[in-house]
Design a protein around this ligand. Structure first.
Ligand SMILES: CSCCC(=O)C(=O)COP(=O)(O)O
Ligand SMILES: [Mg+2]
Length: 259
């Protein structure tokens, strides 16, 4: 795959996680099974905590919006102590249902981030990052680039993945983090919001992602985009390949001062 020569003027880089910095298999085979295996125990242990009650309230609101979807699971109100078991079971089933179709709702992602906290802190899970990521990002930082993460995973989940990574604490590499609270990744408005938040015109931002719909949304907002092709990522059509610059490794991304 060819080198991508980034146009001059780009000073900010926005980076996706799953399929871009990190193998999809890490998310599907490590992070998600942890949630499925531990959800019930977590709900019972954290039921009385304010943070958890807020998570349930958000899941319930999402469930109300989802009532038209096939197989959706409602979460009943918790009126008395007698309801606890019934509500816990509904939350378990709702989370399992959302995860079965890899939904990216903010409510689900917030709960997942909270659940992964102890697994990372105790070393049970370490965030995977492709080998080419850290050296390239360090070079880009040396060139004066600002680096931001934009993932459907909550900001807390992002910080856990990079803070407890197989390459150590990588958080100092990033200037900020965005999740779906800024808008969904397939909507072009989200990229305009990010450009506003970082105080940089869209045309000076490069977005790196594996997902074609995200690439189109960012392009529509005026960002430069490169599609990252990693093992196990979804296959691209010929049209996708002709619409975007493609890279298989971050070291194929060259800035004018490196050329
Ligand atoms: C960084 S949290 C774990 C991954 C995750 O839950 C997710 O939804 C990743 O989506 P992305 O936008 O990074 O492709
Ligand atoms: Mg991705």
């Amino acid at each position: 795959m060819a080198v991508y020569n980034v146009p001059s003027g780009v000073s900010n880089i926005l980076v996706d996680i799953e399929g871009t910095t990190t193998p999809i298999t890490f998310v599907k085979d490590v992070l998600f099974p942890f949630i499925k295996d531990n959800i019930k125990k977590y709900l019972i242990e954290h039921w009385k905590e304010n943070e958890f009650q807020e998570d349930v309230a958000q899941l319930r609101k999402q469930a109300e919006k989802d009532s038209h979807l096939h197989g959706f699971v409602p979460i009943p109100s918790h009126v008395s102590e007698n309801d606890t078991e019934k509500v816990i079971q509904a939350v378990v089933e709702n989370v399992q249902w959302q995860m079965s179709s890899d939904r990216k709702t903010t409510a689900l992602k917030q709960l997942q981030g909270h659940m992964w906290r102890s697994a990372y802190a105790t070393g049970q899970i370490k965030g995977e990052v492709y080998k080419d990521v850290v050296p390239a990002v360090q070079q880009w930082k040396n060139l004066g680039m600002k680096l931001y993460i934009y993932s459907s995973g909550s900001v807390e989940a992002q910080k856990l993945l990079f803070g407890y990574s197989i390459e150590g604490d990588l958080l100092k590499l990033f200037d900020g983090h965005f999740d779906t609270t800024v808008g969904h990744k397939v909507e072009s408005e989200s990229y305009k919001n990010i450009a506003d938040r970082v105080g940089c015109p869209s045309e000076n931002i490069l977005f790196l992602t594996d997902v074609v719909r995200e690439a189109h949304a960012a392009k529509k907002a005026g960002l430069h985009v490169a599609l990252v092709v990693r093992p196990g990522n979804e296959a691209l059509t010929d049209e996708d390949k002709s619409n975007f610059h493609l890279v298989t490794s971050f070291d194929q991304i060259h800035f004018p001062s490196q050329q």
